[in-house]
Ligand binder design. Structure first.
Ligand code: FAD
Length: 379
């Protein structure tokens, strides 16, 4: 005889831990398998931004056609953010979640035209972004360089502490009865007539259904069942300063350059924006000097006072991405009972909505959301 779980979740990042948490809350018997430790990869290495707006960089790179295709994701992110703003009270823990607004600054008239077009698209799906003149920008964000000519504020955006969030969900999932096995790398998955058999080296586990929440490895996991899903991984980097006096209250972006900037509860300033890192010979992500230089240059150009804060650490990690930036959530075509929970690029922001939807679909229920999830279907 062997033990048959209802669901095996593969991956102990924010996607896997929140999926396990929601499933167990519905009374589902869950095993979570993680190859390293919970929160070991992107979920524990990210910048903690809670995004909902169309990100400036891919819009600039890929154009309006790309942005229009991305629009169905905006209500999804808005829903996920509203779940983030409620979650501390539900879990009874401090995750340093705050809703300070996402502010994109413009350096010239072209940038302002771009922000205007972006705001119009966002409004078409119900997301309000307020355009700011130079005077209004200075009034709301006096720390920003006087050279900036305006901006756009998306009031629902904010931040959370990625070092706290996933471990808190893992603990809450455990309290709900989820079995979490760390150090278990999934090497093979077999679909048998009545259940799935998931192999981790010599050990095998069985469940009626499987959720693939393996982040950058989700494509490899899907290919174990011959699934082909558009998933890629990219090494990117992030820097943090020493703690300084309160300076920046928004989640800050630059409209035509790669930048995100925010100050944490501890006073440190996180400087990122998706600057590329490199992979070494062992395929491990490593910091790229020129990216660090350019990232800091733009940060200081945007907020001159940042120049006085010492950088104490720069790190690189791989982010799960895809070209459309659309989440991939649902049952994998041809593999009944095998579900994917993949939120590219902004997986912290989208995790709560994605995992609530995944947990419902895995049980054969209609997800409790009022937006269309068809554009997120795998395949
Ligand atoms: C530097 C950086 C900054 C970022 N900034 C932000 C941000 O500010 N806001 C935002 O919303 N998003 C941000 N992101 C993206 C975000 O971190 C990711 O999209 C998100 O963490 C993905 O979560 P996940 O659980 O799907 O994947 P992961 O965190 O990668 O977790 C997947 C887990 O699956 C495990 N796994 C993989 N293969 C196997 C296997 N075979 N067997 C068992 N376990 C396996 C891995 O070990 C891992 O722990 C950033 C990413 C990076 C790298």
């Amino acid at each position: 005889m062997f033990y048959l779980f209802d669901v095996i979740v593969i991956g102990g990042g924010i996607a896997g831990c929140t999926t396990a948490y929601y499933l167990a809350g519905d009374g589902v018997d869950v095993l979570l398998l993680e190859q390293y430790e919970v929160n070991a990869l992107a979920s524990g290495a990210n910048a903690g931004s809670l995004h909902a707006q169309i990100q400036p960089e891919p819009f600039v790179d890929f154009g309006e056609r790309w942005a229009r295709r991305f629009l169905p994701a905006i209500p999804f992110y808005a829903e996920s953010l509203s779940m983030w703003y409620d979650i501390e009270a539900i879990l009874g823990v401090d995750l340093e979640v705050s809703r300070d607004g996402g502010l994109v600054v413009a350096a010239n008239a072209n940038d302002m035209n771009f922000l205007e077009a972006k705001a119009a698209l966002e409004k078409s799906v119900g997301l309000e972004t307020v355009l700011l003149t130079a005077a209004e920008l200075r009034d709301r964000a006096p720390y920003i360089s006087k050279k900036m000519v305006g901006g756009a504020l998306c009031s629902i955006e904010g931040k959370a502490n990625p070092l706290l969030a996933t471990p808190a969900f893992a603990a809450a999932a455990k309290d709900r009865g989820v079995v979490i096995e760390q150090g278990q790398r999934v090497t093979e998955i077999r679909r048998l007539p009545d259940y799935y058999e998931v192999q981790c080296g010599n050990r095998s586990y069985r469940a009626l259904r499987v959720v693939n929440a393996a982040g950058t490895q989700a494509g490899n996991i899907a290919s174990m069942l011959d699934g082909k899903i558009e998933m890629q991984s990219f090494p990117i980097q992030l820097s943090v300063t020493e703690p300084v006096s309160p300076l920046i209250d928004h989640l800050l972006y630059f409209s035509s350059e790669m930048l995100t900037l925010k100050q944490t509860k501890a006073g440190t300033i996180l400087i990122g924006g998706g600057w590329p890192a490199v992979l070494d010979k062992q395929q491990q992500p490593r910091v790229k000097g020129s990216s660090l230089y350019n990232n800091l240059l733009i940060a200081v150009r945007t907020v001159p006072a940042v120049a006085a804060a010492k950088i104490v650490r720069t790190w690189a990690a791989e982010v799960n991405g895809n070209q459309s930036w659309l989440p991939v959530i649902g049952e994998m075509p041809g593999s009944s009972g095998f579900f994917i929970n993949y939120v590219p690029w902004m997986g912290l922001s989208g995790a709560l909505a994605a995992s609530r939807i995944t947990a419902s679909l895995t049980q054969g229920h209609k997800p409790p959301v009022d937006f269309d999830i068809v554009p997120f279907r795998p395949g």
